[in-house]
Design a protein around this ligand. Structure first.
Ligand SMILES: Cc1ncc(COP(=O)(O)O)c(C=O)c1O
Length: 393
C-alpha cells in the first residue's frame, strides 16, 4: 500500500536509538539510559502541590473538553509569567498545547510551504528539522562561534528569498548554550530586516546555571516572534504533555497566524483539561523545587565535565538545560558518531545519542549525554565510558 512521502524525512535520534538498546537488553544486560531528557525518570519528582491539583481536578469531575485555545485561568497565568520575562503577550495571543512538541508542529504547519527554508542554529533539537521537512520545507543550519554565540556572518550568508523563519532554542538542546542579550538582539535585527518569523523555544528558561537568562521578550519589540514554552522540564510534568504558544502582541505581522493557529487548535479539540488545571498550580504555587533542581544539576554537570576532561574528551561546559555534547574523534576507529554510540552501548550498556542526529553539519563527530541521573549512576556510566575509551582510543 502507498504511504505518504512526507513522513520519510521524520527522524528523532533520541528515541530512534532505543531500537538498538532493546536488542542489547534482550540479552539480559543492564542499560544506563543517558539518552532521554526526562528528569522525572530520575530523582526529580513532580512537586506534590502540582500532583494534588491534578488528582483533585479529576475527582471534582473536571474531565470534559475545554476551550480549544486553552483554559482561561491558565492562559492568564501564562500571560503573567511571560510578561515578567519581558514578552508582551495578551491572553488572546496564547494557545495551550499538548506539550511544546504540539506547539512546534502547529507553528511549522502554519508557516512552512513546500520549499520554504527554516534557519536553525546547528546543532539543533531534532523535531525542528523533522517538522520543517514534514511540511515540505528545508532546514538550514547556521554556525555558532566556539563560545556559543551565533555566527552572524554565516547566518546572513544562508538567507535567501526562500527563507521563512529563524529558530532560537535558548538554553539549547543538545549543547546547553544560553544566548546572551546581544546575540538575541542581533538575531531579532536580522529577522526584522529579512521579514522572517522568529520561533523561540524557552522550555529551559528556569534551568540556567552560572549565567543570567534573557528571554526573547527583552529584545523582541514588534518583531514577529512566536514563543514556545511548557511545563515538562521546569515543572517536572513530562508525561502530562502541556505547553503553549505565545504570539508577540506588539507585532502586526502575526495576523495570519492569529487566525490560523487557533484553527489548528480547534481541529484537535483541546489540550488535556485536568493537566491544565494542575499547570495553573505549577505557575501560581511554590517554585522552591526549581532552585533545588538547578543546584543538583550544577553538581552533576561539574562531575561529568571533570570526568570527561580527565578522559581527554573535549567538551564545552553547558550553561543551562541538562545535556552535554562532547566531541569524539572517530577517525580510524568508528565509521561515524552513530557507530561510536552503538559500539559504546554494545560494550558497556551506556546509552547516549549520536551527534549527527542533531544535524549532520554541526552535530557530527559528537555525542549527547544527559546528566540527569544521580551521581552514583553517573559515576558508573563515566567509569564504563572511561574503560571503553581507554581500550578503543
Ligand atoms: C528544546 C526542546 N523543546 C521542546 C521539547 C519537548 O517539550 P514537550 O515535552 O513540552 O513536548 C524538548 C524536549 O526535550 C526540548 O529539548
Amino acid at each position: 500500500m502507498k504511504v505518504s512521502d512526507r513522513t520519510h524525512g521524520v527522524e528523532y535520534a533520541i528515541r530512534d536509538i532505543i531500537a538498538y538498546a532493546r536488542k542489547y537488553q534482550a540479552s539480559g544486560k543492564e542499560i544506563i539510559y543517558l539518552n532521554i531528557g526526562d528528569p522525572v525518570r530520575f530523582d526529580f519528582k513532580t512537586p506534590d502541590h502540582i500532583k494534588r491539583a491534578l488528582v483533585d481536578a479529576v475527582m471534582h469531575e473536571e474531565n470534559y473538553y475545554t476551550d480549544s485555545e486553552g483554559l482561561p485561568e491558565l492562559r492568564q497565568a501564562i500571560m503573567e509569567k511571560e510578561s515578567e520575562k519581558g514578552f508582551n503577550v495578551r491572553v488572546e495571543d496564547i494557545i495551550v498545547t499538548n506539550g511544546v512538541s504540539e506547539g512546534l508542529d502547529m507553528t511549522m504547519a502554519s508557516i512552512v510551504d513546500p520549499g520554504a527554508e527554516i534557519l536553525m542554529p546547528g546543532p539543533y533539537y531534532p523535531p525542528y528539522a523533522s517538522y520543517a521537512k514534514f511540511y515540505g520545507g528545508k532546514p538550514v543550519e547556521f554556525k555558532l562561534h566556539e563560545d556559543g554565540r551565533p555566527n552572524i556572518e554565516d547566518l546572513q550568508s544562508k538567507i535567501t528569498p526562500r527563507s521563512r523563519a529563524l529558530c532560537i532554542i535558548s538554553p539549547n538542546n543538545p549543547t546547553g548554550e544560553v544566548f546572551d542579550q546581544k546575540s538575541l538582539q542581533q538575531l531579532i535585527d536580522i529577522a526584522t530586516e529579512h521579514d522572517l518569523y522568529v520561533i523561540c523555544d524557552e522550555i529551559y528558561d528556569k534551568i540556567v546555571f552560572d549565567s543570567h537568562f534573557t528571554g526573547i521578550g527583552k529584545v523582541a519589540k514588534d518583531a514577529p516572534v512566536i514563543l514556545l514554552n511548557g511545563f515538562s522540564k521546569s515543572y517536572l510534568m513530562t508525561g502530562w504533555r502541556c505547553g503553549y504558544i505565545c504570539l508577540n502582541s506588539s507585532s502586526t505581522k502575526l495576523e495570519g497566524l492569529r487566525e490560523d493557529i487557533p484553527k489548528l487548535a480547534r481541529v484537535r479539540i483541546a489540550a488535556n483539561l485536568p493537566v491544565q488545571i494542575a499547570a495553573v498550580q505549577a505557575l501560581r504555587g511554590s517554585q522552591a523545587h526549581i532552585s533545588t533542581m538547578v543546584e543538583k544539576l550544577i553538581r552533576r554537570r561539574d562531575y561529568v565535565v571533570k570526568r570527561l576532561n580527565a578522559m581527554g574528551i573535549q567538551c564545552k561546559v553547558p550553561r543551562g538545560a541538562f545535556y552535554i555534547f562532547p566531541q569524539i574523534n572517530t577517525k580510524g576507529r568508528w565509521k561515524d558518531d552513530q557507530h561510536f554510540v552503538i559500539d559504546l552501548l554494545n560494550n558497556t550498556g551506556v546509552l547516549t545519542v549520536h551527534g549527527s542526529g542533531f544535524g549532520s553539519t554541526y552535530g557530527s563527530g559528537h555525542f549527547r549525554i544527559v546528566y540527569l541521573p544521580p551521581e552514583e549512576m553517573l559515576e558508573k556510566a563515566m567509569d564504563k565510558l572511561e574503560r571503553f575509551v581507554n581500550t578503543k582510543l
